[in-house]
Design a protein around this ligand. Sequence first.
Ligand code: ZN
Length: 252
Amino acid sequence: MGRTTSRSEPAGAPRVTVLTGAGISTDSGIPDFRGPQGVWTRDPQAAQLLERGPYLADPAIRRRTWQMWRDSPVWGARPTPAHRSLVDLERAGLLAAICTQNFDGLHQRAGSSPSTVLELHGSLTWTRCLFCDSRERTADVLARLDVDPDPHCALCGSPLATGVVMFGEALPGDVLDAAVEAAATCDVFVVVGSTLTVQPVASLTAVAAEAGARVLIVNAQPTPFDRMADRVDRRPIQESVPDLVAELLTGP
Ligand code: ZN
């Protein structure tokens, strides 16, 4: 394998890649999408606010989508002990990458280096033009939403959208490539709070397993990859992840 090492990595220490999903942030007050109390389980129409085609075509959908983002619990959320324990893993030199399905920015707010966080489904922190390269902070767009409920690009006049990847859009290719590399070259692959039902992110687990990594899954519900795992932990994430990090830091 083309296993790469970094200078900060202690000799013989395992190289760990982590995949996080909505489950790591629900204790921060951010509901997941597909769980029993998920946003889309309770309101299936809410998923339509994140479809690129209707979003582009309908100003009313864009206005509703921006209101949804303004009211999002993400803005008041705080990182959890699980987020913070992954920072400890990075500081010890064991962390290759955090591949995340979350767009809430809580890994970075907990203290993870932005360069180690691979945001596969994009980010709410930034807002982009859907046609040119201009971007600005989402907080600035939301601050003027009362006077500008359907914001457009100052450069080209096209509708703006948050950096969250919409249905009908490809995942950012460079981020996905980096995530595949991190999955294929790690010794331990840890899944935290993901049901592993959304592709292509879920298949990172298979990439890691096929490359010979130990696979550890921490999730309350069963996942389609449980039988590939060396260990499945169903305890609450805020208990199991700090325990797991302590175990990795102590070594075998
Ligand atoms: Zn533009």
